[in-house]
Ligand binder design. Structure first.
Ligand SMILES: [Zn+2]
Length: 331
């Protein structure tokens, strides 16, 4: 475990300082990061929890992957509408937040627990007619457009089946800019990270980033098909370049992970360090010609397993080992 404070620990710290009552402590407390509001009261019978982050951007947990919802004057924008089984419950929570139309859906990867809700959520929506002033948000016909990196569509196409709930619009450049609900929303492509089609989604005015499965603080990363350990670390470093701390390396930009708790830059930094240390250990062992079994037996994830690995890092170690082979795809 790291001694660094989490967002919650920061809150406790502020409370302790306030109790101390000293003028200097109060002054210090006033400089501490502003914390997000507590979660909304739960809808009776629902497994979902809605966390306000900032300026109309919410994190919803319990619907598969974490869901990000932005509400504002234009309507509703959703990043990763969760699993198919949770879509009805998700729609209930979205309607608590806004009665305006769903205008856009963005997918950070092609996993079913991230985009299973695409079809239902997009069909409930409408295209935002913006004319010449907003060319980026006028696309397709019927329902709300679904945006993703083209790697997401490639993966879904390769899997076959009916093209139901697939992205209607894709981007293939490093970054896709949009303007919705009075703020710039940017999708940044992460090449060969968790998968072949990962995006980070930044809400520039709210200063909130949906990181998808590039950052999952409740578990080790998953390096799936088309992904690579080096690409994933590049993605974490990209995320860290976008985040800005508020005070004493804490607060500031909020990061909604693909899975796990709402985070700040220091949380992402800890995670990047953990992943990098494990990558370097395994790289070193490969340099010594150790087999996968020997690397596993050497327990390169040892001190992190309590926090991240229900399987003692076995799957992650194997994925990193295979990703670092000279013949491995990606990097
Ligand atoms: Zn995921």
């Amino acid at each position: 475990m790291t001694p660094r404070k989490t967002l919650l620990a920061s809150a406790l710290g502020v409370a302790a300082l306030a109790l101390a009552g000293a003028a200097s402590a109060q002054q210090l407390a006033s400089q501490m990061p502003q914390l997000p509001a507590p979660p909304l009261p739960k809808t009776p019978g629902s497994n979902l929890t809605v966390y306000p982050t900032r300026d109309g951007v919410y994190m919803i947990t319990g619907a598969g992957a974490n869901v990000t919802v932005s509400v504002g004057a234009d309507g509703v924008l959703i990043v990763d509408p969760g699993s198919t089984a949770s879509t009805a419950a998700l729609m209930t929570e979205i309607r608590r937040l806004s009665d305006k139309p769903i205008r856009m859906v963005l997918d950070t990867n092609a996993d079913p627990d991230h985009l299973g809700g695409n079809q239902t959520v997009a069909q409930a929506g409408e295209i935002l007619q913006g004319g010449n002033t907003r060319p980026n948000v006028v696309a397709g016909t019927g329902g709300a457009p679904i945006w993703a990196h083209e790697g997401v569509l490639t993966k879904l196409s390769a899997g076959g089946g009916e093209p139901v709930g697939w992205p209607s619009d894709t981007y293939f450049v490093p970054q896709k800019d949009m303007f919705v609900n009075g703020e710039a929303v940017q999708m940044f492509f992460v090449p060969a990270g968790h998968s072949a089609g990962d995006s980070l989604v930044m809400f520039r005015r709210a200063d909130v980033i949906s990181a998808g499965d590039i950052y999952t603080p409740d578990r080790y990363p998953v390096i799936g098909e088309g992904g690579s350990i080096n690409g994933l670390i590049d993605g974490l470093n990209h995320l860290l370049r976008l985040t800005v701390p508020e005070f004493n390396e804490e607060g500031g930009t909020l990061v909604i992970p693909g899975h796990g708790r709402l985070s700040d830059e220091a949380d992402v930094s800890d995670y990047r360090d953990m992943v990098t240390i494990i990558r370097d250990r395994i790289k070193d062992m490969i340099g010594k010609k150790m087999t996968l079994e020997q690397v596993k037996a050497a327990k390169p994830t040892f001190e992190y397993d309590v926090r991240y690995g229900a399987d003692n890092g076995a799957v992650f170690v194997e994925q990193v080992y295979r990703s670092l082979q000279p013949a491995a795809k990606g990097k």
